[in-house]
Design a protein around this ligand. Structure first.
Ligand code: S3P
Length: 446
């Protein structure tokens, strides 16, 4: 079922070899945090390379509603922040659209303020669990004064006079939950500790340190991370160059691997090790991906990726890799559909609470296009067809999920018959340039 008011279908057909050099838009996780931390810090923050997708722009609007000044001058976003502890009460609900990261991190950021803040979102976001963020916030003294059943949006938070620092062990592998607690700690006296048994993307820790927060990370002998942050300090504006999003690079990357004869370069891709699980997996599957000119860009590793068509072989993706490629399973499943043999993806229960139930959405999409696959409670097994003979011909339901939309358009480029999606509109949440970038490489998508 599609719940979008004016769905815009799209179709991808068998492609000639893809070629060219491209740059994907800025990393979504770093872009959200740039707006949030810049809006909170004292003084000016200057951002280049920001992802101007709908999700991130919503975060910008939320920060403006709480007192930050945010303007675009040429290629640069310039933010005058309010100062840590000085966010203003928004006069209207904060609307995060489709964005889980924007909503959940902002709940942490403002939850500990002694003011009422209401969060709303689109039908996809309104179905997603917020209790995972509200549980630690409640321990810190935050009241949920109104919420839809089972702690869903729309919901309203009110912080205490003074929040309580806590020690919180994150019960699932979620950078959003970890980050919400760390952000709540910024407006909390004393030291808050987040215990992270399974490491997830570390952009919050790294960036907060850059903004001057008192934060340190210790990894114990069991590999458990202890992140300690002391609140009520000063954050100072920074200059940020946002690297290209590896989760967006994944689409042209997999397209080049599965379309015969392709040879492309994707420039300036973030190579933070908590984000490169897809590349590691594809290399194990025999992908021809060359990592060129690995360099440092403002504290993060980046590189250019040269990608050529490859004969992929099925693999077993270990559950331990899931946090490092969590958003890339849909497009990995597409790559696996063209690989020789079976690809088994285990330990991927978190896919069920993304913009859609991605495990089910991927399985239904693959089945609609003739791929033999098995959906488990927390696993997906795909039996590939090298060359894509007989694949395609289906219409895929995207369920308001940008990554389902892009993954299946990539699938159509190497399938025997074309692949259609019911709605391309949500692609604008994370990768507004997707259609132009792909057609620029030679992909027949319309
Ligand atoms: C994100 C964390 C991940 C990821 C999302 C972005 C972040 O979500 O799926 O796209 O920026 O912190 P979870 O924390 O729910 O795993």
């Amino acid at each position: 079922m599609n719940t979008h008011a004016h769905p815009l279908p799209a179709t991808a057909s068998a492609s000639q070899p893809l070629s060219g050099r491209v740059r994907v838009p800025g990393d979504k996780s770093i872009s959200h945090r740039s707006f949030m931390f810049g809006g909170l810090a004292s003084g000016q923050t200057r951002i280049t390379g920001l992802l101007e997708g709908e999700d991130v722009l919503r975060t910008g609007e939320a920060m403006k509603a709480m007192g930050a000044r945010i303007e675009k001058h040429g290629d640069e976003w310039v933010i005058d922040g309010v100062g840590n502890g000085c966010l203003l009460e928004p006069s209207a609900p904060l609307d995060f659209g489709n964005a889980g990261t924007g909503a959940r991190l902002t709940m942490g950021l403002v939850g500990t303020y002694d003011m009422a803040t209401t969060f709303v979102g689109d039908p996809s976001l309104s179905k997603r669990p917020m209790g995972r963020v509200l549980a630690p916030l409640r321990e810190m003294g935050v009241q949920v004064i109104d919420a839809a059943p089972s702690d869903r949006l729309p919901l309203t938070l009110r912080g205490p006079r003074r929040a309580a620092p806590i020690t919180y062990r994150v019960p699932m592998a979620s950078a959003q939950v970890k980050s919400a607690v760390l952000l709540a700690a910024l407006n909390t006296p004393g030291t808050t500790t987040v215990v992270e048994p399974v490491m997830t993307r570390d952009h919050t820790e790294k960036m907060l340190k850059g903004f001057g927060a008192e934060i340190d990370v210790e990894t114990d002998s069991d590999g458990v991370r202890h992140i300690r942050i002391t609140g009520e300090g000063t954050l100072s504006g920074q200059t940020i160059a946002v690297p290209g999003d590896p989760s967006s690079a994944a689409f042209p990357l997999v397209a080049a691997l599965i379309v015969p004869g392709s040879d492309i370069v994707i420039e300036n891709v973030l190579m933070n090790p908590t984000r490169t699980g897809l590349i590691d997996t594809l290399l194990e599957m025999g992908a021809d991906i060359e990592v060129l000119d690995r360099r440092d860009a403002g504290g993060e590793a980046v590189a250019d990726l040269r990608v050529r068509h490859s004969h992929l072989k099925g693999t077993r993706v270990p559950p331990s890799r899931a946090p490092f490629m969590i958003d890339e399973y849909p497009v990995l499943a597409v790559a696996a559909s063209f690989a020789e043999g079976e690809t088994v993806m285990d330990g991927i229960e978190e896919l069920r609470v993304k913009e859609s139930d991605r495990l089910a959405a991927v399985a239904r999409g693959l089945e609609a296009n003739g791929v033999d696959c098995t959906e488990g409670e927390a696993s997906l097994t795909v039996r590939g067809v090298p060359g894509g003979k007989g694949l395609g011909g289906g219409m895929v339901e995207t369920h308001l999920d940008h990554r389902i939309a892009m993954s299946f358009l990539v699938m159509g480029l190497a399938s025997h018959k074309s692949v259609s999606i019911d709605d391309r509109a949500m692609i604008a949440t994370s990768f507004p340039e997707f259609m132009d970038l792909m057609t620029g490489l030679g992909a027949p998508i319309e």
